[in-house]
Design a protein around this ligand. Structure first.
Ligand code: SF4
Length: 273
């Protein structure tokens, strides 16, 4: 009934698990969602840190971060991901102030001059049977022993203990990709939560890597079945409050068959004239 995807990323795996119906709208019907300030802030701060790390290690100062920030702001001022937020001048100022605060917070967490990075925004993929697993690694580096370390920047808050393991399940995906592409399992995976200054570190093991392939294959089989039967169940939860597809969600009395036509029309007025 629907085309079966041939590739999965950590965010797609989590999206299907969180709500199959929202997954259908976004990943199967590919209805573009309006940007959110939260997501755009994350992209901009990632860009600042990417630009910072293009500098030689000794030049990675807060002054050079300020220049990287200015460049990223000028790039985003023309980007639909930002322009479609349609912020008024005061909101725009608050948006950029927050992005700069997050950049400054990064410097309180580590000294970028001491990091031995070997890759930035790395796009990796590996095959598991017929399925291609894909992921983007924010930063790959070497530790003092020459072992691989994956670092992932987060601009949201650190999860509570209850959700920590599920967040780490996503990052073990990266250790699987590293092992498949570079033949070496990372010694550590670090999630840096810039807003709260916390770093969560996971140590991948043979079991955690195997778990990722097992879990992803199981999720993919469920996606395949949903595509064949057309049964993408809505899963009501915390995400519903910010779900752009709620007007077409059967759990809220909507008709999903209308989303492909109506959603782009409804989302378009968010773009500035
Ligand atoms: S409103 Fe909730 S249940 Fe419906 S598609 Fe969105 S996340 Fe899923």
């Amino acid at each position: 009934m629907y085309p079966v995807p041939t590739s999965m990323s950590p965010s797609r795996v989590e999206a299907f698990t969180a709500c199959p119906m929202a997954f259908r709208f976004a990943s199967i019907e590919k209805i573009p969602e309006p940007p959110s300030a939260h997501m755009t802030k994350g992209s901009l701060v990632h860009r600042v840190l990417e630009l910072l790390y293009m500098q030689p290690a000794t030049a990675r100062t807060i002054q050079s971060a300020a220049q990287a920030f200015e460049q990223a702001v000028s790039e985003y001022q023309l980007d639909p991901e930002f322009t479609m937020l349609a912020l008024d001048p005061a909101q725009e100022q608050a948006f950029f102030d927050d992005c700069w605060s997050l950049t400054q917070a990064y410097f309180a967490m580590e000294d970028p001059a001491l990091v031995r990075e070997i890759g930035l925004e790395l796009r990796l993929e590996a095959q598991v049977g017929d399925l291609t697993l894909r992921g983007i690694i924010d930063r790959l580096e070497l530790d003092a022993d020459g072992k691989l370390v994956v670092t992932d920047y987060k601009t949201g808050r650190a999860p509570g203990l209850k959700y920590e393991q599920s967040r780490l399940a996503g990052v073990h995906f990266y250790s699987f990709l590293c092992e498949a592409v570079f033949g070496q399992r990372p010694a550590a995976i670090r999630l840096m939560y810039l807003r709260t200054g916390e770093t969560i570190t996971a140590t991948p093991s043979a079991q955690s890597v195997k778990f990722i392939t097992t879990r992803t294959t199981a999720v993919w089989k469920a996606v395949e079945k949903a595509c064949q039967t057309g049964n993408f169940r809505p899963r009501e939860g915390a995400l519903c409050g910010s779900c752009a597809f709620q007007p077409w969600c059967p759990a809220f009395g909507g008709d999903p068959s209308l989303a492909a036509v109506e959603a782009p029309l409804r989302f378009r007025p968010m773009a500035p004239a």
